[in-house]
Design a protein around this ligand. Structure first.
Ligand SMILES: Nc1nc2c(ncn2[C@@H]2O[C@H](COP(=O)(O)OP(=O)(O)OP(=O)(O)O)[C@@H](O)[C@H]2O)c(=O)[nH]1
Length: 352
C-alpha cells in the first residue's frame, strides 16, 4: 500500500508532466508550416523531457504527399536524421498498424526501417508514438534512450499516448492550414502556381536579379490548336492534356525554376539566373520533347505542339513585370504566325 507522501509525490509528478505536455501543445498548435512544426515539436519534446534521441518517421503514402512536399523530402532522401522517410509497407508491418504507443528495449531489428542509421547503434530502448491524421497512420514520433529501462515495455504509456494525440491533432491543424494557403496560390486543375503568383514571383525575382546583377529569363508558352483537343475529344481530354503538359514542364525544369499556368492553355516559366541563350535552349528542348511525346487517351495518341517566346532581362533596358511579359508574348506571337495549322490530332489509331 503506497504511503500518502508517495501518492502526493506521484500526483505532483503527473501534474508536472501534464504541464510540460500542455506547454508543448500551446507552442505547436498555431504553426503554419509542416517543416517548422516538426522542428519545433522535436526540439520541445527533447528539451522538456530531456530525451536523448527524438525523431519522426513518415511514411511515403500518398496521404503524406502534402507533408513531404512541405518538408522537401522524398523516400531515401531524408532532409535530416530527425525526419526519417520510409516505405508505408515497412512501417505498417513493423508496427502492426498499432494506434497505441509501442515500447521496445530489445529486438530492434524488427523496427530497423523506422530508425535512422545514426541513432540505431545507440538505442537501449525506444517509444514509437503513432501519428494519426484524418484517421490514417502517417508515421510516428519516436523517442530513444541509451538505457534499456526508460522505455521498458511494461511501463505505463498513458502520457506517451497523450503526447501522440496532441502531436497528431496539432499536425492535422498545421497540415490543413498549409494546404489552404497552398491552394490559394495554385491553379486547381494543374496545381501549378496561378497567375497572381506569377505577378508576385516576377516582381520578387526581378528585384533580386537587379540586386545581384543576375539575369532572369521568362518563357511564355501556348499550346497549339488546343481548341481542337476539346472539340475532338471533349473537355475531359482537354483537361488531361493540360495536366500532361504541366507535368512535363515541371519535369523538364530545374528545382529553382518556377512554372505557372497563366490562363487556359498558356503557361509561363520563370528561370532565375538564366540568360537569353539558356532560356531559348530550355524552351526549344521542351518544345521538341513535347512533340515527341504524344499523350495517350482512350487508346489514341494525341499529338502535342507548343509555341513559345523566350526573353531574358539581359535583352531589355530596365525590364519590368509588364515589359518582360509583353516581350515574351510578342516573340510567341511571331512563332505562332509561322506555324502551319493542324487539322488532326490523332497520330496513331488503336494502340491495342
Ligand atoms: N479542357 C479545358 N479547356 C480549356 C480550359 N481553359 C481554357 N480552355 C479552352 O482552351 C481553348 C483555347 O483556345 P484558343 O485560345 O483558340 O487556342 P488554340 O486553339 O490553342 O489556338 P492557337 O493558340 O491559335 O493555336 C478554348 O477553347 C477554351 O475553352 C480548361 O481548363 N480545360
Amino acid at each position: 500500500m503506497p504511503t500518502v507522501e508517495a501518492l502526493i509525490s506521484r500526483a505532483r509528478k503527473n501534474e508536472d508532466i501534464a504541464r510540460r505536455l500542455f506547454d508543448i501543445e500551446v507552442q505547436i498548435m498555431n504553426i503554419g508550416h509542416c517543416a517548422d512544426f516538426f522542428d519545433q515539436l522535436l526540439s520541445l519534446v527533447s528539451e522538456k523531457f530531456n530525451i536523448e534521441s527524438v525523431w519522426v518517421s513518415l511514411t511515403d503514402s500518398p496521404v503524406n504527399d502534402h507533408i513531404l512536399r512541405s518538408i522537401g523530402g522524398d523516400r531515401g532522401q531524408d532532409k535530416n536524421a530527425a525526419l526519417h522517410i520510409m516505405s508505408t509497407m515497412d512501417f505498417l508491418q513493423a508496427t502492426q498498424s498499432s494506434r497505441d504507443p509501442i515500447l521496445v528495449n530489445e529486438g530492434f531489428k524488427k523496427y530497423r526501417y523506422l530508425i535512422p542509421s545514426s541513432i540505431y547503434p545507440k538505442l537501449g530502448s525506444m517509444a514509437i508514438l503513432p501519428l494519426v491524421v484524418d484517421g490514417k497512420i502517417i508515421g510516428s514520433l519516436n523517442l530513444g534512450d541509451s538505457s534499456d529501462e526508460r522505455y521498458e515495455p511494461s511501463k505505463d504509456s498513458f502520457f506517451l499516448k497523450q503526447l501522440a494525440v496532441k502531436a497528431s491533432i496539432s499536425l492535422a491543424g498545421v497540415s490543413i492550414r498549409e494546404k489552404i494557403s497552398f491552394l490559394a496560390t495554385r491553379d486547381p486543375l494543374t496545381l501549378l502556381r496561378n497567375r497572381r503568383e506569377l505577378e508576385e514571383s516576377l516582381e520578387r525575382e526581378l528585384s533580386r536579379s537587379r540586386r545581384h546583377h543576375d539575369p532572369l529569363a521568362l518563357v511564355f508558352i501556348d499550346c497549339d490548336d488546343f481548341k481542337l483537343v476539346n472539340d475532338t475529344y471533349g473537355h475531359d481530354c482537354g483537361d488531361m492534356y493540360l495536366k500532361y503538359v504541366s507535368d512535363k514542364l515541371i519535369d523538364m525544369t530545374r528545382k529553382g525554376d518556377m512554372v505557372f499556368r497563366f490562363a487556359g492553355d498558356e503557361f509561363v516559366l520563370l528561370l532565375p539566373n538564366q540568360n537569353s541563350a539558356d532560356a531559348e535552349l530550355i524552351a526549344s528542348r521542351i518544345k521538341d520533347h513535347l512533340s515527341e511525346s504524344p499523350m495517350t487517351y482512350r487508346g489514341l495518341q494525341v499529338s502535342l505542339s507548343i509555341s513559345y517566346g523566350s526573353i531574358s532581362t539581359d535583352q531589355l533596358v530596365d525590364p519590368t513585370y509588364k515589359t518582360l511579359l509583353k516581350a515574351a508574348d510578342d516573340k510567341l506571337y511571331q512563332m505562332k504566325k509561322h506555324k502551319p495549322p493542324r487539322c488532326s490530332l490523332i497520330d496513331v489509331l488503336d494502340l491495342h
